[in-house]
Write a protein of this length. Structure first.
Ligand SMILES: [Fe+3]
Ligand SMILES: [Fe+3]
Length: 967
DNA sequence: AACAAAAAAAAA
């Protein structure tokens, strides 16, 4: 439906998109007018999708007027690519440039299409819009706050210096015909969409930083939709797209088939807890005390806030959190849930449970509901892949998902895309072996994942909202629509906590209800979470020059209870405790750190048919212990740690679960030697526990593995649950312990000494702890600085403390370099993602990551033979693996399960790193790079005896011992 | 020259 140039006015020849002809077909294009009006019309539709919380944030800057706020959003969308109306951009495509020249446009002498990079259209657009607003009498601060949405519509807002440079590049901006055309274009667009009032409103609307972020994200999303050539087809050059933009957008939106957002009912606000539980999860049992307490707490929260649930694993927390999430969604208008977990494996498991809830939870919405799984290997999850790929409103109710495409999009060559932008992404691409960034993960699911109503993923996807990274605004928009649930918060280390706090500030600012679940937290961390959320919530409209005075931050009472439910709402903290369950006494004792003593303790238990778990703090110690026990007990000894390929880890986890889980496993006489992998979420039970000294919370977590299943009958030698703590050099009673060096590296000497002092106390008092009632006070004391231990320890404790404080401070400051600025700190987003070279080089620990990397890295472990690559033989798949193309799906899956982490030693010196990377670079297969799972992965090849070389190191792999690195 | 576990990484 096109005709030859129907519209008068030279501005109609400005272009936004062009399509390079394939096989010599005619050029196609989209005029700037078309693209701007399309994007603006899409924005009007997106406004409803955005949901109440997002709209409230933006409307607050427009005197609470939702319609006025929407029109500001539409205006921003209608101007987003105005920077394409410049010689810098418009000269890039020859045939379009020739047409423009015919219309009277002129290019500066010596213009070359490479000049477009000197003035990216986003930066030009920011400049033009800011100048236009200032010309209309808008003050500079408000003008910048609006203009930066245009400046940031490609994911990175411009910096001050980039904006200053525009003044020196006026020739690329263009005057005369260019300026006139832009003025006419804006007039036409504004009139077409009825945006006159919105334009006038900018004189009084000063957008806050939060609104700037959400509006930028909405513009990006509208732009992506309006740039989809299936929904908004390009037309042959010389013709113009016909039809009313609003109608075009409405048709496109229907075709797009985006599921209607979840509109929760008010049922959860009043219904009985047990009735809700049964209806949402299809169970027949009654709601427990914790679930009731959580539901009550959520109902009692008048404003969006933070709900902190400290309780043991398996206490019905997941169900409790989703009931609370439904309450919040009903109260505050959230469209779904973000459920964040610390690992991909736990996220995979959670998807199944959240799916049940998502299918059962009632709503006023009709049709499908959107859900996404968000983590690196989401594409390998069968549940996720099994969900319908696309949804249409007229089909029956089902869950729709955005599942990654099998293969990257090929054959389309949209030319304008980012052509005038520096090509390096803000994210440092994966370091590849030939030194160039080739890490192109491409899946259609990835981008859509942020837009799903409900998302299950790794907690990283919440933490990433606090990282200075390209398109971080999309993460904000996604989360601002949701109730955020974070599980196993205690697992966050110092580095992650830095990001967790900042992310909570922003969530508090957006009024996003947050449910955080954890084992007992030290009071200090509890307070910091509350402070972060509350600090974000306390914002001042940017039009107010003076900062309003708020009261003191609410203090969280120190309450040694477990389980404990802490609720922050409207600047008030309330706490509830729930039923702690059956008290479990466990006897605790020290054990001398050598093989003889260990054997002597294990022997009677094993002989009597019991089973033993030995947890070591380092892989080295675990392997040593395994090797020492094997001569005595042979096959009865099993080793578990993280330096196994995924295939073996799954195999071992399954075996652990079936052998030591509930039910009758073949557990008699068995010994498991493990690192911290056995501390994680496995529901396994042993008759005796031996553990290295660790911070007390982790010891208690490990203690949770001994006599975990109360109903089980035990051998006489293990009638009482016992935990033996070792990993400390022999000492006289009362002496300062000398902790193992590796343990000190992992946990820090200070925390270990404090933990040892508490254990000495326990032993001196009879050698018993009672779970869970003793947990809170022990955790509190281990993580505070209050005096512990006898007087002779104090010197050592003080020294260790000051070292710990120095290290902690260094880590926090390194982690903070790439952290986003908090809400309310800046008037505009200008430069908000940039980090100066000076800052970035303050320490070698500085990294643009939400988790600290230790220098180790993952490799795919494969066997090399003359006729090609194959899997390690014990995987039982003898196929040769093709390297000239992306292998079949099941091969890719097995490749993903052939991954193992190489320890950090190999990169502990730059010269080794170089040699290691050099070795790995030989196994670079360009055909694999376009696969989402394989792209950028490092490959390590082993010979027939499972040996390989990595720079100066020899590598071995054994399916029962794991990866060994020797030198 | 020793030292866990865990995750991330495309655009209009
Ligand atoms: Fe653009
Ligand atoms: Fe655009």
């Amino acid at each position: 439906m096109t005709t030859t140039s129907a519209r008068a006015g030279a501005y109609h020849h400005l272009w936004a998109k062009s399509l390079r002809p394939e096989d010599g077909g005619p050029w196609r294009w989209s005029s700037l007018w078309t693209h701007l009006t399309d994007t603006a019309a899409v924005m009007r539709l997106l406004w409803d999708w955005a949901g109440a919380p997002v709209r409230r944030v933006i409307a607050a800057d427009a005197a609470g007027d939702d319609t006025a706020a929407r029109e500001v959003a539409v205006l921003a969308a209608s101007l987003h690519d105005i920077g394409k109306g410049t010689p810098a951009f418009a000269g890039q495509v020859e045939p379009l440039r020739i047409e423009l020249e015919r219309q009277g446009y002129r290019w500066p002498a010596g213009y070359d299409s490479a000049h477009s990079r000197d003035l990216p259209h986003s930066v030009a657009g920011h400049h033009l819009v800011e100048q236009m607003l200032i010309g209309r009498g808008v003050d500079k601060v408000s003008a910048e706050a609006f203009a930066v949405i245009i400046g940031g519509h490609h994911g990175v807002p411009p910096t001050k210096s980039e904006l200053n440079d525009v003044f020196d590049r006026a020739h690329l901006l263009g005057d005369g015909a260019w300026r006139e055309a832009r003025v006419e274009l804006v007039e036409d667009v504004v009139q077409t969409l009825g945006l006159e009032a919105a334009l006038d409103s900018l004189a009084t609307v000063r957008l806050s930083d939060a609104s700037q972020i959400l509006l930028t994200a909405l513009v990006v999303m509208a732009d992506w939709i309006a740039s989809n050539a299936d929904l908004f087809p390009l037309v042959p050059i010389g013709t113009h797209c016909q039809g009313d933009p609003t109608e075009r957008a409405a048709r496109a939106w229907r075709e797009f088939g985006f599921p209607e957002r979840w509109l929760p009912t008010t049922e959860a606000l009043t219904a009985d807890a047990t009735a809700l539980l049964r209806a949402r999860f299809g169970v027949d049992y009654e709601a427990n005390r914790l679930q009731q307490a959580v539901l009550e707490a959520a109902r009692g929260m008048a404003e969006p806030g933070l709900l902190l649930i400290e309780a043991v694993m398996g206490g019905g927390k997941t169900e409790a959190s989703l009931l609370a999430a439904e309450v919040f969604a009903a109260k505050f208008g959230c469209s779904g849930v973000f459920y964040g977990l610390p690992t991909r494996a736990t996220a995979d498991a959670m998807l199944d449970r959240v799916l049940v809830w998502w299918q059962n939870v009632p709503g006023l919405d009709r049709g499908d509901r959107n859900i996404a799984l968000r983590h690196g290997n989401a594409g390998l999850n069968d549940t996720y892949r099994g969900l319908p790929r696309r949804s249409r409103r007229d089909e029956t109710n089902s869950i729709a998902a955005s599942v990654p495409e099998e293969a990257p999009l090929e054959g389309s060559h949209i030319l304008d895309v980012g052509r005038d932008e520096p090509s390096a992404p803000l994210w440092d691409g994966r370091r590849t072996m030939d030194g160039t960034a080739v890490a192109h993960y491409w899946t259609s699911g990835r981008k859509k994942a942020a837009f799903a109503d409900t998302v299950v993923g790794t907690i990283d996807h919440e933490l990433l909202a606090a990282l200075r990274s390209r398109h971080v605004v999309l993460r904000h928009l996604g989360l601002a629509r949701q109730v955020v649930v974070l599980d196993e918060v205690h697992a966050a280390d110092t580095w992650m906590f830095v990001y967790l706090e900042r992310a909570l500030e922003w969530l508090g600012r957006y009024g996003v209800p947050v449910i955080a679940m954890s084992a007992t937290l030290p009071p200090d961390q509890r307070q910091r979470l509350v402070d972060a959320y509350e600090n974000g919530r306390r914002w001042v409209p940017p039009s107010h020059e003076r900062r309003e005075t708020f009261g003191e931050l609410p203090q969280v009472p120190v309450h040694d209870a477990y389980p404990l439910v802490t609720a922050l709402s409207a600047a008030c903290v309330t706490q509830r405790s729930a039923d702690p369950g059956t008290p479990r006494p466990v006897s605790m004792a020290w054990l001398t750190d050598d093989v003889d003593h260990l054997v002597r303790e294990i022997e009677p238990v094993v002989t009597a048919g019991g089973c033993v778990l030995v947890i070591r703090n380092t892989v080295r110690r675990a392997v040593e212990t395994y090797r020492a026990l094997q001569p005595v007990w042979g096959e009865a000894v099993t080793l578990a740690h993280s330096r196994f390929i995924g295939f073996d880890r799954l195999r071992k986890d399954d075996w652990l679960r079936s052998t030591f889980g509930r039910g009758d496993g073949d557990r008699s006489g068995r010994i498991v030697v493990a690192t911290q992998v056995a501390e994680q979420s496995l529901d396994i039970d042993f008759d005796l526990l031996v553990t290295d000294l660790a911070p007390i919370d982790l010891i208690l977590q490990r203690v949770g593995r001994v006599h975990r299943h109360l109903e089980r009958t035990r051998p006489t030698a293990a009638q009482t649950p016992r935990c033996l703590v070792t990993g400390v050099a022999p000492r006289e009673r009362g002496d300062v312990p000398e902790v193992d060096r590796g343990s000190a590296y992992v946990y820090g000497e200070y925390r270990l000494l404090r933990s040892a002092a508490l254990l000495d106390e326990i032993v001196a008092a009879g050698g018993h702890v009672t779970l869970p009632s003793d947990v809170p006070s022990l955790v509190r004391r281990c993580y505070s600085d209050e005096p512990v231990g006898p007087p002779v320890w104090q010197l050592a404790l003080d020294a260790a403390r000051s070292r710990a404080e120095t290290e902690q401070a260094a880590l926090v400051s390194a982690a903070g370099v790439y952290r986003l600025v908090g809400p309310g700190k800046r008037r505009s987003l200008i430069g908000t993602l940039s980090v100066s070279v000076g800052e970035a080089e303050t320490s070698t620990d500085v990294a643009r990551q939400v988790r600290r990397s230790d220098g180790g890295f993952e490799v795919v472990l494969l066997r090399y033979a003359v006729d090609g690559l194959s899997f390690l033989p014990h995987l039982g798949d003898t196929r040769r693996i093709p390297t000239d193309r992306v292998p079949e799906r099941d091969v890719v899956r097995l490749l993903a399960r052939s991954m193992v982490r190489v320890p950090a030693v190999v990169t502990s010196r730059p010269e080794w790193t170089d040699r290691v990377l050099n070795d790995l670079s030989r196994n670079y297969f360009s055909a694999w790079q376009r696969d989402a799972v394989l792209g950028g992965q490092l490959i390590l090849l082993l010979d027939e005896s499972n040996c390989g070389t990595l720079g100066p190191f020899q590598v071995t792999y054994h399916d029962e011992v794991g990866l060994g690195v020797q030198w």
